[in-house]
Design a protein. Structure first.
Length: 197
């Protein structure tokens, strides 16, 4: 039995469903909303690479080290983006949340906070995780700010850690949240989502 089993999560008009090949067209359209593949510090697939992106995610799911979700609008089913559990270590009860991106039209809305709240709630309260982690490119300042707004703590920087799609080598900024910190972070995220926008 895999540590992360297929599950659908939903709240506040956002639904996370296990990513599959049936999401190819929707994922391509979401990425095209803002031509997100041109951002060098993200993992958004180029249009012709969308199917491979999904196939790679499914292969990693079969290997037990990534579980990808399609982020969809609960009312319409429209694909808004994607997010994943990855670097899953069941024996340590640890997952990371990443491979996250959204169509430009839903960036800076409640979508990201809602997705992270759903993923963290499931990780801490259903999977019994001790730690949830995040990682991002050292030049992806928007991602770093978003992770910090979630309440995660910066653990440090892994220098020369990964290859970007343009062939340059990136430093990776690591963050984490421990189970003992979760209830306070959850309360703050719920408060943030309930504030008028």
């Amino acid at each position: 039995m895999a540590f992360v089993e297929p599950v659908t999560l939903s709240a506040r008009g956002v639904r996370l469903v296990p990513l599959g090949l049936e999401h190819e067209a929707g994922l391509r359209a979401a990425a095209a909303d803002g031509e997100l593949w041109n951002i060098r510090v993200t993992s958004v697939p180029e249009p012709e690479q969308t199917r491979k992106y999904i196939e790679d995610a499914l292969s990693m799911r079969d290997a037990g080290n990534r579980f990808a979700f399609a982020v969809t609008d609960d009312a319409t089913g429209k694909v808004l983006g994607s997010s994943s559990y990855h670097d899953i270590v069941g024996t340590l009860k640890r997952v990371e949340i990443g491979y996250t991106w959204y169509a430009k039209s839903v960036q800076r809305t409640h979508v990201n906070t809602t997705c992270k709240l759903l993923l963290m709630t499931h990780a801490f309260e259903e999977l019994g995780c001790h730690v949830v982690g995040w990682r991002t490119d050292n030049f992806n300042f928007a991602s770093q700010a978003a992770i910090e707004r979630l309440g995660a703590r910066k653990d440090g920087v892994l220098r020369g850690h990964a290859m970007r799609r343009d062939g340059t080598i990136r430093d990776t900024v690591m963050y984490s949240l421990r189970s003992g910190e979760w209830m306070e972070v959850k309360a703050q995220l719920l408060h943030s989502l309930d504030k008028p926008r």
